[in-house]
Design a protein around this ligand. Sequence first.
Ligand code: SF4
Length: 367
Amino acid sequence: MEQSLTRLVDELSSSRELPLEDYERLIAGYSPELAAYAAERAVAVRKSVYGTDVFVRGLIEISSYCKNDCRYCGIRASNATAERYRLAPDTIVDCANEGYDLGFRTFVLQGGEDPWFDDERLCDIVRRIKEVHPDCAVTLSMGERSRASYQALFDAGADRYLLRHETATREHYERLHPARMSFDDRMRCLRDLRDIGYAVGCGFMVGSPYQTAAHLAADLKFVERFRPQMCGIGPFVPHHATEFAQKPAGSVALTCFLLSLLRLMQPNLLLPATTALGTLDARGREKGILAGANVVMPNLSPTAVRSMYSLYDNKICTGEESAQCRGCLSTRMLSIGYTVVVDRGDPRAATMAFGGEGTRPDPKEEE
Ligand code: SF4
């Protein structure tokens, strides 16, 4: 293992930041030994903030309709073979109620960009869930919307918003998305969400088509500067009905290495071990936790629609009932010495023992 690379891991551990070219050196210099070195440090940092607790988010996939056409996505608008559904508001609230009884204290409402879920409908659903479960957080993951829409949803009680930036490099973004989608819009949405007061999650795919080490380094730099509360990363998994059907899937090992680097960069970051990790590797989610992740997202959607929310091929957890899904993940976490807890799962204060939040300037001042 190259000493200069382990020194970069140490430097990231102590300063919480690296120059862009050093992130690229780390990624280009990936080796299992280097990843193990980073994971050991990342797990120590994670344990200093979250112990062995694992937060769960109850994922409710509310619509497989989408007006967008992201080139990698199985439910993009132009895929005529995609099966479409949208959940009725009562069904969504029922899913949350069932989740509450199973110990969930965060519900993630996720869907394609479906205009049927206008502000009025979505605000009403958020209000209904928050009225019955004021001790729970509602996270939305409904894509790009106007600032006024984000504000209305926040005012209705939504606490958090997930919007993956997918890639922080404009030229790469333009190769993954149709011309009518804009990198600037995506970045504008993320800034609006943060300014409004949401806990914000960004994120990116690992191994997406045309991606280079330089692109991933730019993603790490973006996260370092943006300082989101959450960051969802998962390996790219091809979907058979997209133009990327024949492209190779991303690497579980590289994804785990990046999880470790993100943990070292931001000790209290909420980092999910994603379903895509579990799709490519039967123990992918366990590997994600052992690399420094601290969140899992069992599915609370009705089983009748799960297979239709097909962003990529071979997605796991489409057959199990919600209780089975939660039980399965609890067992998996216990098997590696971690415990799924009943908790909203907000970011905890990082201890200064590992450098804490460090002394980086407020991101607003940097822009
Ligand atoms: S990635 Fe999201 S926005 Fe893009 S087509 Fe798929 S569901 Fe729609």
